[in-house]
Design a binder for this molecule. Structure first.
Ligand code: 5GP
Ligand code: ZN
Length: 113
């Protein structure tokens, strides 16, 4: 996807503060953090959102969850954290490349806005 912001980050055409990378996913800090720790975990492959996922891509979700857990440990989120994805306009999704937010370092509210 030539015009996708996060594909450009994956390709290194737009700089990011990368905190993790493997063959399937990368993770980098959010440009506008909503918590002391705010990391985005994304697949290298372009998938627009959960709503656009094929059954064949389920391994990506397993990887994202395991990277989320690992980063939460690395960043010292002992008290807990939130790992969430927004889907579509009503879900609050602004960037149409699948991403999970790892948020921590403060107490989260519920319900979210
Ligand atoms: P969404 O609202 O789609 O769930 O989340 C998109 C996230 O991407 C937002 O938290 C926003 O701050 C972050 N973001 C948007 N553009 C950039 C960018 O160029 N670099 C980084 N690191 N984060 C970005
Ligand atoms: Zn993309």
């Amino acid at each position: 996807m030539n015009d996708c912001l996060f594909c450009k980050i994956v390709a290194g055409k737009i700089p990011s503060n990368k905190v993790y990378e493997d063959e399937k996913v990368i993770a980098f800090t959010d440009i506008n953090p909503q918590a002391p720790v705010h990391i985005l975990i994304i697949p290298k492959k372009h998938i627009a959102s959960v709503a656009d996922t094929s059954e064949l891509d389920m391994d990506i979700y397993a990887r994202i969850m395991s990277v989320g857990k690992r980063l939460a440990e690395e960043f010292g989120l002992k008290g807990g954290y939130r790992l969430v994805t927004n889907i579509g306009k009503d879900g609050g999704q602004a960037v149409d490349h699948l991403h999970f937010h790892l948020l921590g370092g403060r107490t989260m509210g519920w319900p979210p806005g």
